[in-house]
Design a protein around this ligand. Structure first.
Ligand SMILES: [Fe+2]
Length: 189
């Protein structure tokens, strides 16, 4: 693996970021997390945010093409090529200090979409001038820490192995919007 995680600024144009926010902000519902083996329950201690699902086929195709190209260039994980994973629009609002505590994106068990997640993808949609907090932090060595004002920029893509421990710190002012998705593949070996 060449990187613990990888990010790049200015991948998606600011106008498209604004358009994605406008498309989804009216469809938001409280976020859920997978709990134990089978049920899905809200759990504000771990995660507090609002989410909607991307249904626009052009946006989905664009995002998945970007995610697969980053995999090929920087991780080279064996991924299923013809998958159609869900893409989630997520909003972290100051009102309840929305956050996502330490977690990994993949899970053990038989459920395909969770257990076979291998590469996670984040697109920052909001200019960091518009909010405070909402930092994406990875549990890696301090040598690899990147200043948050660089990684938070609007239009920035962050790609990382789904087994990497990470969190989103509470938003204390304004609101942070992002897109996230997870690419699947056969088990690591
Ligand atoms: Fe995550």
């Amino acid at each position: 693996m060449k990187y613990n995680y990888f990010f790049q600024n200015d991948v998606v144009h600011s106008d498209l970021c604004d358009h994605i926010i406008e498309m989804h902000k009216k469809d938001l519902k409280p976020a859920e997390i997978r709990h134990q083996e089978k049920s899905i329950v809200p759990s504000n201690a771990i995660r507090k945010s609002s989410t909607a699902w991307v249904t626009d086929l052009e946006i989905k195709e664009n995002i998945l093409n970007i995610a697969h190209s980053y995999n090929q260039n920087f991780f080279n994980f064996d991924l299923y090529q013809n998958q159609n994973p869900d893409i989630q629009f997520t909003q972290y609002h100051e009102l309840d200090q929305d956050h996502y505590n330490w977690h990994i994106d993949c899970a053990t068990g038989e459920e395909f979409t969770y257990s076979q997640r291998k590469l996670s993808f984040i697109l920052n949609l909001t200019d960091p001038e518009e909010y405070e907090g909402g930092d994406v932090i990875f549990k890696v060595s301090s040598r690899d820490e990147i200043p948050s004002e660089i990684i938070k920029k609007k239009g920035t893509v962050i790609v990382f192995p789904s087994f990497l421990l990470h969190k989103v710190t509470p938003v204390t002012k304004g609101c942070r919007n992002s897109l996230v998705t997870w690419l699947w593949g056969p088990s690591f070996r």
